[in-house]
Ligand binder design. Structure first.
Ligand code: ZN
Length: 330
């Protein structure tokens, strides 16, 4: 619903009559107070409260909530991170909206006076790239598959996110990323950044390894303590094979697309464990001829209880994936 300020409902040229003169001062004071309150309520309502925290040398994380999209969180369920190099800031993902991107840019400017010189979009899901608009004057790079997906589906992603989060999205428009820098690894401002292309989550999933600090920016190839999402996976076996490759990389700190950072190498293990369980559960159900509704009601192994939103995302994964398992069983 559009917000109407108190000021806009007062008729222009309001003239005080005799009664109003008596109460006028108090009334105007009250109206003034209402104006102040309503403006601060609006400002507060759309404040993502982004607080970057340093997690490694030159490296900052803005951690999203372990929730699904809502009008309360405005889509702030995603991790974005940035590296302050000597040559400027490299930003990994831009969040779910124009407002988020603008507030992120301010948050970065409070930490460094260096400009943002490169933005990376890890993949084409709307919570990761719809803040691009606030960085439209900066080089934005992504895998070509991501650029294609955003060109084709970006508007419908933005519309559906608007439906889920409401006015947080106001003014948000799709800004399509360009190509990645031609150098790989890219040496920039004292950091050596390697870009790796995977497919398991959406068909085009970029991972960035800062070989200088050992920080792995995993995007949504890795969810940690928050259930993974499967609407566009090319297949669970494919995803699991890529996680094996990811585990071989020489890193010391992993920043997942969602959930807390991981310096104990547990996040990939948790992903592998859940994906193996999900794959086996759907295969077995298809062999038994269960209906989709029956599969959604199956118990979830208690070892996944601590992962946020497991039941919710399991139901969604059944809807996305079970028809394929049924087909394979026939
Ligand atoms: Zn995603």
């Amino acid at each position: 619903m559009p917000l109407v300020s108190v000021r806009s409902v007062l008729p222009p040229g309001l003239r005080l009559n005799a009664v109003a003169r008596v109460f006028g001062c108090l009334g105007l004071l009250a109206v003034g107070l209402l104006c102040v309150l309503s403006q601060s309520a609006v400002a507060g309502r759309f404040d993502y409260e982004l607080r970057p925290r340093q997690v490694a040398p030159d490296t900052w994380l803005v951690e999203g909530r372990r929730e699904s999209f809502s009008t309360t969180n405005g889509g702030n369920i995603v991790n974005v991170a940035f590296i302050v190099t000597d040559a400027g800031v490299v930003l990994f993902d831009t969040g779910p909206s124009l407002r988020f991107g603008q507030q992120l840019r301010h948050a970065i400017a409070r930490i460094t006076d260096k400009p943002v010189v490169l933005v990376i979009n890890s993949h084409a899901h709307p919570d990761h790239f719809l803040g691009n608009q606030a960085f439209a004057d900066v080089s934005i790079g992504a895998l070509s598959g991501t650029t294609t997906q955003i060109t084709q589906n970006g508007d419908s992603f933005a519309t559906s996110l608007y439906g889920l989060t409401g006015d947080w999205m106001r003014g948000t428009e799709v800004v399509v990323p360009a190509e990645l820098p031609p150098d790989n690894p890219l040496i920039l401002g004292g950091h050596r950044l390697r870009f790796l292309a995977f497919e398991g989550h959406t068909g085009a999933d970029l991972v960035m390894l800062d070989e200088t600090t050992g920080v792995l920016f995993a995007g949504d190839l890795v969810f940690y303590q928050r259930a993974l999402t499967t609407p566009q996976t090319p297949g669970l076996a494919h995803w699991r094979a890529e996680l094996d490759q990811l585990a071989q990389l020489d890193y010391r700190l992993l920043i997942p697309g969602h959930g807390p950072l991981d310096d104990t190498r547990q996040a990939i293990n948790q992903m592998q464990d859940y994906l193996a369980w999900l794959d086996a559960t759907l295969s077995r159900a298809a062999r038994q001829g269960l209906t989709m509704t029956q599969v959604m009601a199956l118990p979830i192994d208690p070892r996944f209880d601590a992962i946020s939103l497991t039941r919710y995302e399991f139901s969604r994964s059944v809807a996305h994936l079970y028809p394929g398992y049924e087909e394979a069983a026939f």
